[in-house]
Design a protein around this ligand. Structure first.
Ligand code: ZN
Length: 336
């Protein structure tokens, strides 16, 4: 790989994923082979301090499973949801965790005595796919992950594309439909408002209520919190045409937004992942690809590959550890 692997090859790296319903810590060797992992529930306790303690417990147990001590750690990468201060390593706000202004870099650095890098969790997942998965070695990789929201990220010439202080690539909030449905961000007509799992589930629940989706009605009723990706798939496979149309339309909306992103960035690989794509990979690949093909300029045709994510849950926790190695090496090279 790069010189980073050579200079940073000693010791092990810890990747931490704070983004899911469970926190996940994995210890990796210098070649990113997994040495040991630990998961703990993310919810069920309140306050930053308790959360930090739970994070540290998770790290300690992962280290013990990997049969490594903290002295063996070359660095820690933490993948976080929500707005971040990337330079200072502060998690500014994570509503799903109830955390505000948590100085992760400082606190973990003090406890483990090694450099700590934080990254947006979607960016870390895209970096993982760039290094080890569907986007391996590409000059530009764009990742789109439709789930409860719609996450996006981009690795451009080996670096995560980012904003001045925090992450960028908010694909879910590309304005798509003027005066369209209200989005969670408070604006109207964002991609997320018409194509996220939440948008799909609420349209599907309405279809079930109207009697147009009998399989869905039987499996999950009309409660949108129960209409998850696997249930949507079962409903489509069971013959609910109305639900299939809802999901196809959402995938087409995704393709329209993606066509814009392709024009701006000219990626070689577009990685589709997340719960909906994992549940319905063929449907997503087909609809997104048709919608993109109908809208891109002729010069972009055939310049990129649309692929499904390869690494699953490992993308983020492996990606963020590899990104920490890359970032720390570039800080060393820059003398800071
Ligand atoms: Zn929005």
């Amino acid at each position: 790989m790069t010189s980073t692997t050579v200079t940073m090859g000693k010791g092990c790296w810890l990747g931490f994923d704070l983004g899911g319903t469970k926190m996940l810590a994995t210890v990796w060797d210098g070649k990113f082979k997994s040495l040991g992992s630990e998961r703990k529930k993310t919810k069920g306790f309140k306050g930053a301090q308790t959360g930090l303690e739970r994070m540290m417990d998770t790290i300690d147990e992962a280290l013990s499973k990997a049969d490594r001590s903290k002295e063996g750690l070359a660095g820690i990468g933490v993948a976080c949801p929500g707005p971040l201060d990337l330079e200072k390593g502060i998690l500014i706000d994570a509503p799903n965790l109830g955390w505000r202004n948590v100085p992760l870099r400082k606190e973990l650095g003090k406890r483990y005595g090694c450099p700590v890098v934080i990254a947006n969790d979607v960016d870390a997942g895209v970096y993982g796919e760039y290094r080890f998965g569907a986007g391996r070695g590409a000059r530009c990789v764009v990742g789109v992950f439709p789930g409860t929201g719609i996450g996006g990220g981009c690795v451009y010439e080996g670096r995560i594309l980012r904003g001045r202080k925090s992450s960028c690539m908010e694909i879910g909030h590309i304005p798509l439909i003027p005066d369209g449905p209200l989005c969670g961000c408070g604006r109207r007509g964002c991609l997320e408002a018409v194509a996220s799992r939440l948008a799909i589930s609420s349209a599907a629940a309405a279809a079930a209520y109207r009697g147009a989706a009998p399989v869905l009605l039987e499996k999950a009723g009309t409660d949108i919190s129960r209409i998850r990706s696997g249930v949507l798939r079962a409903s489509i496979e069971g013959g609910d045409r109305a639900v299939e149309e809802i999901v196809r339309l959402a995938a087409q909306h995704l393709g329209v937004a993606l066509a814009g992103v392709i024009h701006l960035l000219g990626p070689e690989v577009v990685v589709l992942g997340g719960g909906l794509v994992e549940a319905l990979p063929e449907l997503y690949l087909k609809e997104v690809s048709h919608a993109v093909d109908r809208r891109i300029m002729a010069g972009f045709a055939g310049t990129f590959k649309l692929a499904t994510a390869k690494l699953g849950d490992d993308a983020t926790v492996k990606g963020v550890a590899a990104w920490a190695m890359e970032e720390i090496a570039s800080r060393v090279a820059a003398g800071s």
